[in-house]
Design a protein around this ligand. Structure first.
Ligand code: NAD
Length: 418
């Protein structure tokens, strides 16, 4: 991970590239490149030893032209304002790419959660939920999990909000556990859309997924599920990494057993089916048919991009390529399924969760997966149509063309107040 590119600038350059294919007014475009508002706040909580500690936290509400702001909350020591702004913008275009009625938002706390007890994290999460209370709500802004947050944090946020508001409103956050109003299929949704999109890309490129080898960078929620599901589709997962390093087996390994090893030891490194230990960079440049980056942004910079050997990249992570790396892969004819489509399963099933919460009527996992399949396949078809109609080389640009057209259309149709 280089961490060199400013993710907010990356987002803006992606929008500019797509705008070249669109007839959108410059002033409207300017609006689509900046968040509507960003909350920056300081949370002070009591540590278990009685001392106090302050944490910086953010919530960016980028654009609400198509519906309530929607997006995750990340706990990480490197969370910063520009990262949160960029992530919130990507949510706008992601929701538009898969055509769900949301705008985009994102939040985060500057914290390394592994340094804190569960009770401290609960106090921190509830303190953030209290700050967010006036901003969120099922028709205003709907948080969800992101890096280092999950069902537990969402349940705490929901409970804090409902207590303060004296109501029941499970749709105020998504990614909850089932008992708290979560949806079947939500945990697997991001990995699932990553591999559905990869399957569609292989089909479009007339390549056989069953002969494909796969490398997965990052073995958290998105990465390990993608590994499991692509293995079930018949591809061979030969390499994977997490923050401790990578594993490799030329004949493939069992992704579920690798995950069990990680659960037991804290890392996939040392997993018994691994023939060789790789660095994180080795995993990204391995000669495989499909690469799934599923860690953090800017994982692949221009130098690494020169060495990427995969034919298809399906971006489970948000913003894993720097803009320079993206241009290099496009020139090299690597088919990159952009994050705003590949990992949109998470927000799509969040949308289904919100629909179920509002209806107070819950779907089977089968129905959730069928609806998800339809949304991702439709989004991929729209992408391909736009690529072919405009002769666009980079699929990411085509996805932004589709998405910007939808967001700009919503703004232009509604006009502005006052
Ligand atoms: P997670 O915390 O569950 O997993 C992250 C994984 O990345 C961990 O295994 C960690 O060890 C690994 N990692 C960190 N640095 C690494 C490095 N330098 N090299 C290799 N591995 C490294 O997070 P997640 O929920 O799986 O999210 C991963 C990415 O997917 C993020 O970019 C996130 O924004 C994106 N995403 C997640 C969801 C979701 O529903 N979980 C939805 C959309 C997008």
């Amino acid at each position: 991970m280089t961490g060199q590119a400013n993710p907010f600038e990356s987002l803006q350059s992606q929008i500019d590239e797509a705008a070249a294919y669109l007839d959108v007014d410059d002033d409207v475009l300017e609006r689509l490149k900046h968040p509507e508002r960003v909350l920056e706040t300081n949370l002070t909580i009591e540590r278990d030893d009685g001392s106090l500690e302050r944490f910086k936290a953010f919530r960016s509400q980028f654009n609400g032209d198509r519906g309530p702001y929607k997006g995750g909350i990340r706990y990480h020591p490197e969370v910063n304002r520009d990262e949160v702004k960029a992530l919130s913008g990507w949510m706008v275009y992601k929701c538009a790419t898969v055509d769900i009625p949301y705008g985009g938002g994102k939040g985060g706390i500057v914290v390394n959660p592994s340094d804190y007890s569960e009770a401290e994290l609960e106090r921190l999460t509830r303190a953030f939920a209290k700050e967010l209370r006036p901003l969120v709500g099922e028709d205003r802004d709907i948080p969800a999990p992101d890096v280092n947050t999950g069902q537990r944090e969402m349940n705490w946020i929901k409970d804090t909000y409902e207590t303060l508001e004296n109501t029941t409103e499970p749709g105020v956050v998504t990614g909850k556990n089932l008992a708290s109003g979560g949806s079947e299929g939500r945990v697997e949704a991001t990995g699932r859309s990553t591999v559905i999109a990869a399957r569609e890309a292989f089909d479009y490129l007339e390549k056989d997924l069953e002969d494909a080898t796969v490398a997965v960078q990052g073995y958290g929620n998105a990465g390990w599920i993608a590994a499991k599901l692509i293995d079930e589709m018949g591809a061979t997962v030969v390499a994977a990494s997490d923050s401790s390093g990578g594993i490799y087996n030329a004949d493939g390994f069992d992704p579920v057993a690798a995950k069990e090893h990680k659960n037991e030891t804290g890392s996939i490194v040392g997993y018994e089916e691994s023939e060789e230990e790789l660095t994180n960079e080795d995993v990204l440049t391995l000669d495989v048919d499909l690469l799934i980056p599923a860690a953090l942004e800017n994982a692949i910079d221009a130098d690494l991009a020169e060495d990427v050997s995969a034919d298809v990249v399906s971006e489970a992570a948000n913003g894993p390529l720097t803009p320079e790396a993206d241009a290099i892969l496009a020139e090299d004819d690597v088919f990159v399924i952009p994050d705003i489509l590949a990992n949109a399963g998470g927000v799509t099933v969040s949308y289904f969760e919100w629909v179920q919460n509002r209806q107070r009527f819950y779907w089977s996992e089968e129905k959730v997966n069928e609806e998800l399949e339809d949304h991702i396949v439709d989004a991929f078809d729209a992408l391909v149509e736009t690529i072919e109609e405009n002769d666009i080389q980079n699929p990411r640009t085509a996805a932004y063309v589709v998405a910007i057209e939808r967001v700009a259309g919503a703004f232009e149709e509604a006009g502005s107040f006052p």
